[in-house]
Design a protein around this ligand. Structure first.
Ligand code: P6P
Length: 344
């Protein structure tokens, strides 16, 4: 199905759209609306810095390392702090967790806590900042599981099936915010002249005819037999299907966004390169789960190669997972090759 076009002349801001979405959620008390608006505001603030990254001294790294052992870019720190400062005092959130922090981020005692749990990757793909490649913020929102006392890590370890909302902000040739509250996927483009996100991609659906496959083929010697055969199938070997074009930017949000709009499959499989990372590189809680929620809301599917990402019960904050995400038939084909050729 094609993405519905915007009604000519109709201007819908993200605030208006979130409020309209709230009407679909009778139980919503406006708190989720405000939380989503706060994330849109964070996106505007972060966007204002990413477009100047090449000019300010914030290029380059802080010299520190995050919990992932990755060099922390100054823009990472700025993005992480921006999201935290917009949400620590509002009384909407009970607990946060970020790729940049080893443990949960509690709400300070002197601030009220709320009903939501906010998980986020503040600036995914940040290693690409210095090369002017599109990067992004990814977020996931749950209801807290226990309704009293401070939020806990258990509130953060929830299946994607229980998500209340999820989305991303992509900082590229334009800044876009794409989100879903479980009623379709909607994209907004930032008009910097007025500082508003305006509805540009209502009801996004992944096109049935895919264009791309996205994988880092530099690692193919480390793949399993099933993933190798799947990739050959995508390339149209032995004529089983028309070959797809390979597009891989190395920035998850950018790769996902392109395939969401054009049709295709992105995969970061488990590989044998690093015995310390038997489950691949991508994180489950604040990368795979929120994007998988969007993929399914847009008519697609996401798997770890053996089961739906949204069915996985997380066991710790920064756990990693293999990820196959995009057109349902392409992802299910990956599961079929893995089932046939890879040992459990
Ligand atoms: P590789 C960026 O560092 C990131 O976490 C994702 O944004 C991206 O999809 C992936 O790593 C790229 O990893 O190993 O292909 O460079």
């Amino acid at each position: 199905m094609a993405t519905n076009s915007v009604v000519p002349g109709q201007i819908t801001t993200i605030e208006r759209h979130i409020l309209d979405q709230q009407l679909i959620h009778p139980e919503a008390t406006g708190v989720l609306t405000s939380l989503l608006y706060d994330l849109a505001l964070a996106g505007k603030i972060i966007a204002s810095r990413t477009t100047r990254a090449g000019l300010a001294e914030i290029l380059g790294s802080t010299g520190e390392e995050n919990v992932q052992g990755e060099e922390v870019q100054k823009l990472d720190v700025f993005a992480d702090l921006t999201i935290y400062r917009l949400n620590d005092h509002t009384g909407r959130v009970a607990v946060m967790a970020s790729e940049e922090h080893p443990d949960i981020i509690p709400i300070p005692d002197h601030f009220p806590t709320g009903k939501y749990v906010l998980l986020f990757d503040p600036l995914d793909g940040s290693s690409n900042i210095d090369y002017n490649v599109s990067i992004g913020t990814i977020f996931a929102i749950y209801n807290r599981k226990r309704w009293n006392g401070p939020g806990t890590v258990d509130d953060c370890l929830q299946k994607g099936r229980d998500l209340v909302a999820a989305g991303y902000i992509i900082y590229g040739s334009s800044t876009m915010m794409v989100y879903s509250t479980g009623h379709g996927v909607h994209g907004f483009t930032l008009d910097p002249s007025v500082g508003e996100f305006l509805l540009s991609h209502p009801n996004i659906r992944i096109p049935e005819e895919p264009k791309y496959y996205s994988v880092n083929q530099g690692y193919q010697t480390y793949w399993t037999e099933g993933v190798r055969r799947y990739t050959e199938w995508l390339q149209g070997h032995e004529g089983q299907r028309k070959s797809l074009s390979l597009r891989y930017i190395g920035s998850l949000v950018a790769d996902f966004h392109r395939n969401l709009l054009a049709g295709g499959v992105f995969y970061y499989p488990a590989d044998t390169r690093d015995p310390k990372r038997p489950h691949g590189k991508l994180r489950l809680l604040y990368e795979a789960i929120p994007l998988s929620f969007l993929a399914e809301q847009a008519g697609g599917y996401a798997s770890d190669g053996r089961q739906p990402i949204l069915d996985i019960q997380p066991t710790h904050l920064h756990q990693r997972t293999p990820l196959f995400i995009g057109n349902r038939d392409l992802v299910e084909k990956a599961e079929a090759f893995i089932r046939e050729y890879d040992v459990k």
